[in-house]
Design a protein around this ligand. Sequence first.
Ligand code: FAD
Length: 467
Amino acid sequence: MTAFLDALRARLGDAGLLVGGDLAAYEQDWRKRYAGRALAVARPASTDEVAAVLKLCHDHRVPVVPQGGNTGLVGGSTPDDSGRQLVLSLSRMKRLRGVDVANASLTAEAGCVLADVQAAARAAGLLFPLSLAAEGSCTLGGNLATNAGGTQVLRYGNARDLCLGLEVVTASGEVWHGLSGLRKDNTGYDLRDLFIGSEGTLGVITAATMKLYPVPKERLTALAACASLDDAVALLGLAREHAGDALTGFEVMNGASLALVARQLPQLHQPLPPVAWTVLLELSDAESATHAHGAFEGLLEAAMARGCVQDAAIAQNLQQAKAFWHLRESIPLAQAQAGLNIKHDIALPVSAISGFVAEMDATLAAYLPGIHIIDFGHLGDGNLHYNVQAPATVPPAEFLAAHEGPINAMVYDAVGRRGGSISAEHGIGRLKREELAARKDPTGLALMRAIKKALDPRGLMNPDRLV
Ligand code: FAD
């Protein structure tokens, strides 16, 4: 390994290679579920340097773990404990390569933090709509590698829908120059879509061209109290009817989620009294503020008349709107503070969600009395974070060791029976690799393995993740 590390240092310089010392920030995942040991951390500053690193890894047969902001939730971005895997951090590749206002697109390097990409679009008078609670740390490359979703998918789609072109370094160190601002390009297999969502197992994304949108003229945000999940689903139907495309966010939080936030983060004001389900909804309109206001008023009137909303709080200014979103986005942090838990990032047809939750809540309460179900998510997209925490009397680590397998089986079986997915937006990583192998359509799985073999014949790109 000395020859390999010497060659890396010669190419990247001291700033580009960390060996020894405290590498914990690169070796432990955000949830503190996976702690590994890296051979070293390479921090290339350009696409050419990424290509040189991957060529050396290919020649010396060194496995590589690409890493962006290390906010991933499925254990895909940190090394295993062999001490043989090289972490390839994109943290020095932060250049905004350009904004094309007329084409409504932006090109940025993979290590750009998502919040900085949003700010660059804003500075050009446009909107980059991808938005998630980790946006102050996660990177554009990580967002694409995991096909991130977030809070605006309902209106703008996920990372895949927002991407026009990619620049990628292959496992053997070649550069694929696929950056393009084209919205139409039927020239064969869609390589861009192959790398999006591939979780670092096929190559390293070094830059991307992304779509931009007009900045909404008006944004209206409200919290609504619903007595049941059926009521929340009825409200979603009304919101679609009244607002159409102006509906940009529709999130739900169960009572236990907000009670957990109240316990862990008591400084956050909760405008509504405790209730079974709270909906956070957002309408925005790029064309006219009057249209958004009209739709909002019509929606609230219809919801009250239908009886699917008991109470509502409407944000009176931007600061209040941000506080409402902050409440929703603080749930993962409150969960992390409360200790290890079992996460299920699932997708279901919206019509099946309420039945799933009723069945699962009852099943799990009978399986382990006192269990906490922290259930929240992007109801508008059929995406729930159906997370399970230990009863107060059971230490979280013990709970995980004894119950993770059986609980996953119960939840994923119920998801499968309803035609859902075991990963809506977080990906597979290490956490769900076995579940994927057991549950994915066998032909689909075989095709995925064939693609992996063709693009990474030596099996060096993020090994043992995804496939
Ligand atoms: P990392 O964690 O560094 O990496 C994630 C995966 O991508 C790994 O497999 C890694 O190897 C690979 N990878 C990273 N960069 C590259 C690259 N340049 N080329 C190739 N592969 C690469 N996700 C959502 O979808 N929606 C949410 O609402 C959401 N909310 C979150 C809230 C919190 C508080 C946290 C902590 C996470 C949340 N996430 C959410 C998960 C996470 O933020 C996203 O998956 C994010 O897209 C990961 O970006 P990252 O830069 O941190 O990637």
